[in-house]
Write a protein that binds this ligand. Structure first.
Ligand code: HEM
Length: 476
C-alpha cells in the first residue's frame, strides 16, 4: 500500500482514524503537510508555523518525510534538517565539533538544569561526561536491575489498583519511583510523593517552549510562562543538595551507605569532588532526562499492545515464561520479543524526538554549504518514519527489531537515544528499566483502551495529548 503522502495546507486539524493495513496496526498520526513553495503566501506560512509550534509533529512535511536533508531559510536564519543516515552521521558524529547546543533548547532547559550534562558545553561538559561515564557502565547498570524489579513489584498494585487508570500517569509515577530508588534509595527529604509532585510540576514547566524562545527576544526578558514555577525548582534543588551533602559526610565518616547511584556518583567520579551545585545539577538532569522519557516509551508501548492482540499475546507468553526469581539483569536476554516491542514503540514514538543544535562555523553537511549560526535540527520523528528508510513506516511491526532482522536497519536510521558524543548516557539503564517494567506489568495486567485513541503531542518528550485511559484486567 502506498503511504499517505500529504494533506492540503488547511487540514491541520484533520485526525486520521487508526487502521489495519494487511494485518499491521497503524496508529493515528498527523499526515505530512504538503508544502507548495510556489503558491504558499505569507498567511499559509504563518498558519504552518503556528501549527508546528503548537505541536512540532504537525510540522512534518511531504519533503521531510520523503526527501533527505532539507535546507530552509526564514526569520533571518538558515535551518538544516539532516535525515539521510550518512548525513546524520556526518553531522552529529564526524563533524560534531562544528555544533553547539541550540539557543532555543537552552532557553527551555538551562534555567532548570543549569550545568547538568544535558545543557553544559565545552570543557565543562567534556570533563563531566568523562567523569560520569563510570556510573553507567554495564556492570553498574546490571547492579541496578534487581532494585528496578523490586520497586516495580512493590508499587504496581497500588498504581494499578483501580478498574480504570490514566496509564500515562501510572507510567510517570512508576518510572519516578524506580528512578528515585535507584538514584537516592527513596531518601529524598519531604517523602517520595511530595518530591514526585514537585518534579512533575517542574517537568511540565520545562516542557513547553515559551513563545518568546522561538523569537529573537534576548534571554534576559522575563519568560512569563516560567515565572512562579521557580519556587518548586528551588525546593527541589535544596532537598537534593541536602541529601547529597549528608551522603558525602556519611561516606567520609566511613559509615555504611545505600548502594545507589548517588553513592556511585560520589565515589566513582574520577575521585574528584564534585561541587554541591554541580552534583545537584547532574541529579536533577538525570531525573529530567531519565524519568519522563522512559515513561513515554512504556505508555506508547502498552497503547500499541492494547490494539494488536497477536503482539500482546506473544509478549505476555514471553513474560509469563520468565523466571522472576532469577537475577533481573538477565531478563533482557530472556525477553527478545519484549525488547523488540519496546524498540518498535520508540521508533514510532521516539520519547525525545528532537536533537537541536547550531553551527558554530561555516560547514558543509550532506553536500550543502551552510553558514555559521544555521539551526541544525535532528528530527527523529521523521527519520523513524521516513518513506525511503522503512517498509510500512507508520505501522507497528515489532518483528523488524528481532535479532537477525534488525541487522537490516542502518545504525544511523534508528536513533531513539541520539548519536555522537552527546548520545544518551543512560541508554543502557533505560533499556534495562523498560524491559523489566514491561515484563512485570504484562505478567500481572492486561490493558484495554477506553475512549479515544491517543494523539501524539511533542513537547520535550512525545506524550499523549490527553490522558490515556485504560481498563485494567488482572491476569494473575
Ligand atoms: C527511553 C528512555 C530515554 C530516551 C529515549 C533518551 C533519549 C535521549 C536522547 C535522544 C539524548 C540526546 C539528546 C541530544 O543529543 O540533544 C539523551 C541525552 C541524555 N540522556 Fe537520555 N534518554 C532516555 C533515558 C535516560 C536515562 C534513564 C537517563 C539517566 C538516568 C538519561 C540521561 C541522559 C543525559 C544525562 C543526556 C545528556 C547527555 C550529554 O549531552 O552528554 N536518559 N537522551
Amino acid at each position: 500500500m502506498t503511504p499517505d503522502m500529504g494533506q492540503t495546507r488547511h487540514d491541520y486539524r484533520f485526525r486520521p482514524e487508526p487502521r489495519w493495513d494487511d494485518g499491521r496496526f497503524v496508529p493515528p498520526v498527523p499526515r505530512p503537510i504538503k508544502i507548495d513553495i510556489a503558491s504558499w503566501d505569507r498567511i499559509d506560512w504563518i498558519r504552518y508555523m503556528l501549527a508546528a509550534s503548537r505541536n512540532p509533529i504537525h510540522g512534518q512535511t511531504n519533503l521531510s518525510i520523503a526527501d533527505f536533508d532539507q535546507v530552509a531559510r526564514g526569520l533571518g536564519r538558515t535551518f538544516f534538517t539532516p535525515s539521510h543516515p550518512d548525513t546524520l552521521r556526518e553531522t552529529f558524529v564526524t563533524k560534531a565539533d562544528a555544533l553547539r547546543l541550540s539557543g532555543i533548547r537552552n532557553a527551555i532547559l538551562k534555567p532548570v538544569l543549569r550545568n547538568g550534562l544535558l545543557t553544559s558545553e565545552g570543557d565543562r561538559w567534556r570533563h563531566d561526561r568523562r567523569a560520569l561515564a563510570p556510573v553507567f557502565t554495564p556492570r553498574n547498570v546490571n547492579g541496578f536491575a534487581q532494585g528496578m524489579a523490586r520497586t516495580t513489584q512493590a508499587q504496581l498494585d497500588r498504581l494499578m489498583g483501580d478498574d480504570r487508570v490514566a496509564f500515562d500517569q501510572v507510567c510517570v509515577d512508576l518510572t519516578y519511583q524506580v528512578l528515585s530508588d535507584v538514584l537516592f534509595s527513596g531518601e529524598l527529604e519531604g517523602g517520595r510523593q511530595a518530591s514526585l509532585r514537585d518534579i512533575d510540576r517542574f517537568l511540565s514547566s520545562m516542557g513547553r517552549p515559551d513563545p518568546f524562545d522561538l523569537t529573537a527576544i534576548p534571554a534576559w526578558v522575563p519568560r512569563l510562562t516560567r515565572l512562579g514555577k521557580m519556587g518548586i525548582v528551588k525546593r527541589l534543588r535544596r532537598n537534593i543538595g541536602q541529601l547529597g551533602e549528608a551522603r558525602r559526610d556519611r561516606i567520609e565518616a566511613g559509615e555504611t551507605v545505600p548502594d545507589d547511584l548517588l553513592t556511585l556518583m560520589l565515589t566513582a567520579t574520577d575521585g574528584e569532588a564534585m561541587s554541591e551545585a554541580l552534583l545537584v545539577d547532574q541529579l536533577i538532569t538525570f531525573i529530567a532526562a531519565g524519568h519522563e522519557t522512559t515513561s513515554r516509551a512504556l505508555t506508547w508501548l502498552f497503547y500499541l499492545l492494547s490494539q494488536d492482540d497477536a503482539a500482546r499475546a506473544r509478549l505476555e507468553a514471553e513474560a509469563d515464561g520468565l523466571d522472576t526469581d532469577g537475577p533481573a539483569q538477565d531478563w533482557p536476554d530472556a525477553l527478545p520479543y519484549t525488547g523488540s516491542c519496546i524498540d518498535e514503540a520508540m521508533r514510532l514514538y521516539p520519547p525525545a524526538p528532537f536533537l537541536s543544535r547550531e553551527l558554530n562555523r561555516d560547514e558543509t553537511l550532506g553536500g550543502k554549504a551552510l553558514p555559521e549560526g544555521t539551526i541544525v535540527f535532528g528530527n527523529l520523528w521523521t527519520v523513524h518514519r521516513h518513506r525511503k528508510l522503512w517498509e510500512h513506516p507508520d505501522a507497528f511491526m515489532p518483528d523488524r527489531f528481532l535479532p537477525g532482522a534488525r541487522d537490516a536497519i542502518d545504525r544511523f536510521q534508528y536513533l531513539p537515544f541520539g548519536l555522537g558524543p552527546r548520545v544518551c548516557i543512560g541508554s543502557r539503564f533505560a533499556k534495562m528499566e523498560a524491559v523489566i517494567l514491561t515484563a512485570l506489568i504484562a505478567r500481572r495486567y492486561r490493558l484495554h483502551l477506553e475512549g479515544d485513541h491517543p494523539w501524539p503531542l511533542a513537547r520535550v518528550t512525545v506524550r499523549t495529548e490527553t490522558p490515556l485511559t485504560m481498563r485494567v484486567e488482572r491476569r494473575k
